[in-house]
Every structure is written in structure tokens, then in C-alpha cells.
Design a protein around this ligand. Structure first.
Ligand code: PLP
Length: 406
């Protein structure tokens, strides 16, 4: 009889978004006329920018010609895209990263999920709390987590680093040694950032303790303030302790197109073995490359027209974020994030839980957000609203939220 990977049995149900959907559907059934505004999900709503659409059309037409047809491409990604990324996202910021250290993929989520498999089974994992669930779940599947401790609200072998109001949502170093440390800034869900000085301390810590930082920079394009690093490779010494993931989803609206990349510096050597070579081997074995057409679209993100159009798109979402944050503050809420990220993290009224607040917003004013506790125990008492909606819905949602407070 075959057996299964029993680690999967340790996974905690992904109740968050399914529970939200169930509650919203139940409400809709009872109130079919209700105009529900959803500021819960992290998906973009603006159409793909014209410069990118043009590049897509051109690449599609190329594929229909004998000279322009592209079959299997290089698994690591086309040189035209790797080199423009190295130049624009790294070298232009003073980061020492070369094109051959960049691996193109069909989005950040799969790289974030897959990267753990090049590390030993006994590595100890540390994550922020609250956290994007992929870091934890993929380590649970791989058998690194141990059992779930319902009382503590976490896995016995995972080190949780609380991100709270008290520490400005920037975690302290893990309370015991961790080998793989996942960091994501600007952060989902809190919307808060880590300044360069603090990130440098993490890099120093990782180099000193023999740890690897897996840095998720999915929201880097939303950084508006000086002094906030766009990449961990802005920090000295990061080449010997960090791997970085990027996504084209939130900066360029590729959630449906799918494109991302991972940076693995050649200086990452563990007992004589190069992590870059391992990932190269893994990528070549399990992945056949992102579509040519989509990589051409990715290249257009860096064209002068593409850059100008995407700047406008990000400004649109960030104006939504401002409207949400200011609106919440006017309504008497304490709200974080929303300045360098498209997420606003609000504190629910005293004595109320995240889910209770969810129910109140849905039932009283028909606005849907995401309960903070769904991202981890330290998210209890908080609530996430996203700036990815339309302007009209964002304004209307805030008008409604102001009413529940008064
Ligand atoms: N990392 C974080 C922190 C995210 O919030 C998301 C998506 O919401 C991703 C990665 C996934 O990015 P992609 O669409 O490139 O897979």
C-alpha cells in the first residue's frame, strides 16, 4: 500500500479566505440587494499598462512567424530580462548583483515555496507573526515544523517573531537560533517597513550566526520614503547571507500574467557547496522557464513608457491607501502602514476581536476586509484593508466605515 506525505496532515486549514467567502455569501443570500465593497483581497484591479500590452501583442505576433518563434527558453530566464533586472533593480541602486544571479520564474509564490527544498531537513525556521502563510505552510509540508500547538497558536519547531505596535511591527531577533529567517518588507499584512539601518543589523546577525535570510520584496515598488531599502542587497554583507524574491504582480499588475524572480548570489556557499549551483540544478530539473511572451511583457516594465505608466498606476493605489488611512484616522481608529505599502493595518476597537470587527463591518456597512488574526496570533485585534480597490469603492467604503464609529 502506498503511503502519503504525512507532513501534510499537520497543515492548519487555510480557513481565512474561505471563512471570509462563506460569511460574505451567507450575508448576500440574506440581503441580495446589498452593495458589498471588498477591500480584503490582495489582488490588483487596474488593467495592464499600455506599454506592456503592446509588448505582449508584439511577442504574440513574433511567435506566429518562423523567425520569431520561441520554443523552450533557458530555464533561468532570457538574458534580455535578466540583464535589465540586474541593471535597473540592482546596479542602479548600487547593489552588486549580476544577471546570472537572477532566476526568472512565473511568480514569487512558487519560488518562496520551493526555496526551502535546497536546505537540510533539520534547519530551524523563523517567521514574523503575523505573516504571509506560504513561508510556514511550505515548511510544514517539508516536515520542518513539528506539531501544531493550539494553545500557543503555532508550530512547535517554528520560531515566531512577533510584530506588534510595541516594536513598530519590526521583529526582534529570534529568541533561539534559526537557520532560515523569512523577512518581508514592505510587509504583508501590516504594511509597515524596516529601515536600512535595521535591515543591516539583520544581515550582520545572519552572517554572524550562520543563518540565511529569505527576503520577500514583493511590495518594494510601493516604497515612497527615503531610507527604506528596496532590496536586502543594499546592505553590506548580504551577498553571503541572503536570497531575495521579487514579483511582477503588485508593481505591474501581473497577478494573472505571472512573472517573478529570485536572486541567489554566487557568494552563498555552505560547506563548500554553492547555493546558486543547487538552485540552478533544481530550476533546470523541475522548471522549464517562464513563457517568452510574458518575459517580453516583463522587459517592457523597464522601458521608459512602461516605467512612467506604472508610476501612475502605483500612485493611484497609493492615493487609495492615503484615503483609507486618513479616513480611518478621522473616524478615530489607529492605523498603520499605507505609506510605503498598499496595506493598511488598523487596530480594532478596544475589547473587540478581529473576527468580531469583520462581522460588524459586514453586517452594519457591508465592507469586507481581512481579520488580522488570520495571519497569526499576534494579528489578533487588527484588521487589514487593501488599497487595490477602485477609487470610487475606496471612497465609499471609508464613508461607510466613518458611520459605524459615530
Ligand atoms: N509575497 C507576498 C508577501 C505576497 O503578499 C504575495 C501575494 O500576495 C506574493 C509573494 C506572491 O506573489 P506572486 O503573485 O508573484 O506569486
Amino acid at each position: 500500500m502506498y503511503t502519503i506525505n504525512e507532513n501534510y496532515l499537520n497543515l492548519q486549514g487555510s480557513y481565512l479566505f474561505s471563512t471570509i467567502a462563506k460569511k460574505v455569501n451567507a450575508y448576500k443570500e440574506e440581503h441580495p440587494e446589498a452593495n458589498i465593497i471588498r477591500l480584503g483581497i490582495g489582488d490588483v484591479t487596474q488593467p495592464i499598462a499600455p506599454a506592456i500590452i503592446e509588448a505582449l501583442h508584439k511577442a504574440v505576433d513574433e511567435m506566429g512567424t518562423a523567425e520569431g518563434f520561441h520554443g523552450y527558453g533557458p530555464e533561468q530566464g532570457y538574458e534580455f530580462l535578466r540583464s535589465v533586472i540586474a541593471k535597473e533593480d540592482y546596479q542602479a541602486r548600487g547593489c552588486d548583483i549580476n544577471a546570472d544571479e537572477i532566476f526568472i520564474s512565473d511568480g514569487a509564490k512558487c519560488d518562496i515555496g520551493n526555496i526551502q527544498e535546497i536546505f537540510g531537513q533539520d534547519n530551524v525556521v523563523a517567521v514574523c507573526d503575523p505573516v504571509y502563510p506560504v513561508y510556514v505552510d511550505t515548511n510544514v509540508m517539508a516536515g520542518r515544523s513539528g506539531k501544531f500547538d493550539a494553545e500557543k497558536g503555532g508550530f512547535e519547531n517554528i520560531v515566531y517573531m512577533p510584530c506588534t505596535e510595541e516594536n513598530g511591527f519590526v521583529p526582534a531577533f529570534p529568541e533561539r537560533h534559526a537557520d532560515l529567517i523569512y523577512l518581508c518588507f514592505p510587509n504583508n499584512p501590516t504594511g509597515e517597513v524596516m529601515d536600512k539601518h535595521s535591515l543591516q543589523k539583520w544581515v550582520d546577525y545572519a552572517n554572524k550566526n550562520g543563518s540565511i535570510i529569505i527576503y520577500d520584496a514583493a511590495y518594494e515598488a510601493y516604497i515612497s520614503e527615503e531610507g527604506i531599502p528596496h532590496s536586502i542587497f543594499e546592505c553590506e554583507g548580504a551577498r553571503t547571507c541572503a536570497i531575495e524574491m521579487h514579483s511582477f504582480s503588485k508593481n505591474a499588475g501581473f497577478t494573472g500574467l505571472r512573472l517573478g524572480y529570485t536572486v541567489i548570489p554566487k557568494d552563498l556557499i555552505c560547506n563548500g557547496t554553492s547555493l546558486h549551483s543547487m538552485w540552478n540544478r533544481r530550476h533546470g530539473t523541475k522548471y522549464n522557464g517562464a513563457p517568452y511572451i510574458v518575459q517580453k511583457a516583463g522587459e517592457a516594465v523597464y522601458s521608459p513608457e512602461g516605467k512612467a505608466q506604472l508610476k501612475e498606476q502605483i500612485a493611484y493605489y497609493m492615493e487609495n491607501a492615503r484615503i483609507i488611512k486618513v479616513g480611518l484616522q478621522e473616524a478615530g481608529f489607529t492605523a498603520y502602514g499605507g505609506v510605503n505599502s498598499p496595506y493598511v493595518w488598523l487596530k480594532v476597537p478596544e475589547g473587540m476581536g478581529s473576527w468580531e470587527f469583520f462581522d460588524k463591518l459586514l453586517n452594519e456597512v457591508q465592507v469586507v476586509g481581512t481579520p488580522g488574526v488570520g495571519f497569526g496570533a499576534s494579528g489578533e485585534g487588527f484588521f487589514r484593508l487593501t488599497a487595490f480597490g477602485t477609487r470610487e469603492n475606496t471612497i465609499e467604503a471609508l464613508e461607510r466605515i466613518k458611520k459605524i464609529q459615530s
